[in-house]
Design a protein around this ligand. Structure first.
Ligand code: SF4
Length: 156
């Protein structure tokens, strides 16, 4: 691994940018994720930053039990996050579809559609558990190396 790659891996481990997607959540997990960004838990102080576009993010955080209508959007957004990337499933819903398991409007769990790196259990999980999950995903991301420079991509 060259110096640039080592630097990028270090930056991404220390300051992962996340994109949040709701795949049919009751909003319980979303509220806890937002709480983790507020001054009480202060994710930004730890370098975690919520991004408005998946193209700018390193980690995709998904809440909710995966409705049939959200599957295409999940796959599209997953494709828009540049590689290497990591996925965090927040709450019991994306992991197991939770109490909605028999619902005919669902097509979960999440790892049926995209690879999931970290599951954060709970209904909903506490903000500190969510931050631990994001930190674990950042470690996984750093092990996967850096993405190529734009110029390198253009030369290929
Ligand atoms: S895990 Fe619980 S809080 Fe989170 S979306 Fe599912 S039902 Fe709501």
């Amino acid at each position: 691994m060259n110096l640039w790659s080592r630097l990028m891996c270090s930056c991404r481990r220390r300051s992962p940018w996340i994109f949040h997607m709701n795949s049919g959540s009751c909003n319980g997990c979303d509220i806890e994720l937002v709480a983790s960004l507020t001054p009480r838990y202060d994710a930004e102080q730890l370098g975690v930053r919520l991004e408005g576009s998946p193209r700018h993010a390193d980690i995709l955080c998904i809440t909710g039990p995966v409705t049939r209508n959200s599957v295409h959007a999940i796959e599209t957004v997953y494709g828009q996050v540049c590689s290497p990337k990591a996925v965090v499933a927040i709450g019991s819903c994306p992991a197991t579809t939770n109490v909605f398991i028999d619902s005919r409007v669902l097509d979960g769990p999440l790892n049926r559609h995209i690879p999931v790196d970290v599951f954060v259990p709970g209904c909903p999980p506490r903000p500190d558990a969510i931050l631990q999950g994001i930190a674990k995903a950042a470690e996984i991301l750093a092990e996967r190396g850096s993405r190529p420079l734009v110029n390198e991509e253009n030369q290929q």
